[in-house]
Design a protein around this ligand. Structure first.
Ligand SMILES: *Cc1c(COP(=O)(O)O)cnc(C)c1O
Length: 411
């Protein structure tokens, strides 16, 4: 029987019902320690990219080990603060921060704001000046590097909306240096997510290092380099680069530059530490295909529909040793053909009522869930040793309905 640390997943299912996400504290902590260890000999801080999994308990698990946070909205910033991340360990990224969000971040005294355009630079300078402050800024550079990952999670090509074009960074840096509300501290880059190849990193980091040298030569003193996140995990047969090799690339690219480095891993810290557990509602034999209809759907885990992502699916109960696997389509109950988790997946014989786990679902799973089809938001559970806690409960139907309001004229 599949377990999260010392807790059988079937026991949690019996307790709180399905579907649910479950995260293992030990796996999250171990992965953070591996990351920190790999960079121990460099002046590098780890800012956990909160968007991968923003549950307060998950953020706090990492914050307790010393992790900072990378946030992309006021909501995430509030989550990081509420989870106990000190403001001076928080970096604010994102292509469209509003003045209100910038003011909130400045008022809290966060470590760094990664600016993605000149209009944002000017807005930030105005906001900071009006507060009598200078905003600590890194300019996010678009290094025009192909991360060779899924198109929807590639962010470092010049046609992507992210960052300031390589050729415009010099002008932007000089502009920044002349603005009263800006303290230009460094450069930032993030080229995409689920990278399984180090070559794009090598190229991007060397371009950034070159820019630092050029700008310093032009009198723009830079002290920090934020290298983003994006390191992939194994969902199927990928072999993500080792942390040691990744760290070596960072070391090589930044050698001799005397820069304070930031890293922003999201998926790599939490992705492999989580599963989504679902129950089979029906086993349906069509004319040409066989379907397992689950009580989890695309609203709970959208990665297969959005990114053609592959998640390993395993029955919680050990199949009989003589059981022969058969191809089945694993689907949810939502009224969309896209609500398909897997097609022709080889699985042992399973019946209605059986439990399944989607592996490597700790990142970009629960955070992207919705209540589409008026399905209740999927709950989250955190396990530590023999204990587990519901860290986001499943709302009641009343709670779900009470989110709406009736206008006067319909009362
Ligand atoms: C999404 C994001 C990350 C984290 O990406 P992962 O692939 O989860 O490591 C880091 N930095 C920025 C700016 C991001 O947008």
């Amino acid at each position: 029987m599949l377990a999260a640390e010392g807790v059988p997943l079937a026991q949690i299912a019996a307790d709180i019902g399905t579907p649910f996400y479950c995260y293992a504290s030990g796996a999250i902590e171990a992965q953070y320690r591996r990351y920190a260890e790999a960079f121990a000999d460099q002046d590098a801080r780890i800012h956990y990219a909160v968007k991968a999994n923003h549950n307060l308990a998950v953020i706090r698990t990492l914050a307790r080990l010393g992790a900072g946070a990378d946030v992309v909205s006021e909501g995430e910033l509030r989550r990081a603060l509420a989870a106990g991340v000190p403001p001076d360990r928080i970096v604010f990224s994102g292509v469209g921060k509003t003045r209100e969000e910038l003011a909130f971040a400045l008022a809290r005294g966060i470590h760094q704001i990664n600016v993605e355009s000149e209009p944002e630079l000017e807005a930030l300078s105005e906001v900071a000046s009006s507060m009598g402050l200078r905003a600590p800024v890194a300019l996010r550079v678009n290094p025009d590097v192909d991360a060779r990952t899924h198109a929807k999670i590639s962010t470092g090509k010049k046609e992507n909306k992210f960052g300031i074009d390589l050729g415009l960074v010099h002008a932007s840096a000089k502009r920044a240096a002349g603005l009263p509300g800006i303290a230009l501290e460094g450069l930032a880059v993030h080229i995409g997510s689920q990278l399984t190849d180090l070559a794009p990193y090598r190229l991007a980091f060397s371009r950034l290092a070159e820019l630092v040298r050029e700008l310093r030569a032009e009198g723009v003193g830079l002290r920090r380099l934020d290298l983003g996140g994006g390191l992939g995990i194994a969902y199927r047969d990928e072999t993500p680069p080792s942390l040691a090799d990744y760290a070596a690339i960072v070391r090589d690219a930044t050698r001799g530059l005397d820069l304070a480095l930031s890293l922003e891993p999201g998926r790599a810290l939490v992705g492999s530490a989580g599963v989504l557990v679902a129950r089979i509602i029906y086993r349906k034999a069509g004319a040409t295909r066989s379907f397992l209809v689950l009580d989890a759907a695309m609203n709970d885990l959208i990665r297969p529909a959005l990114y053609e992502a592959w998640h390993e699916i395993v029955p919680l109960a050990e199949p009989r040793p003589d059981a022969e696997s058969m191809p089945v389509d694993v689907v949810g109950p939502v009224c969309e053909s896209g609500d398909t988790f897997a097609t022709s997946r080889m699985l042992p014989p399973l019946a209605a009522g059986d439990l399944l786990a989607f592996l490597s679902a700790g990142a970009y799973g629960a955070v992207m869930s919705s209540s589409y089809n008026s399905r209740r938001l999927v709950p989250e559970v955190l396990v530590r040793g023999e204990s587990f806690a519901v860290v986001r409960p499943r709302p009641t139907f009343d709670e779900m309905l009470s989110q709406d309001a009736m206008p006067d004229w319909l009362r």
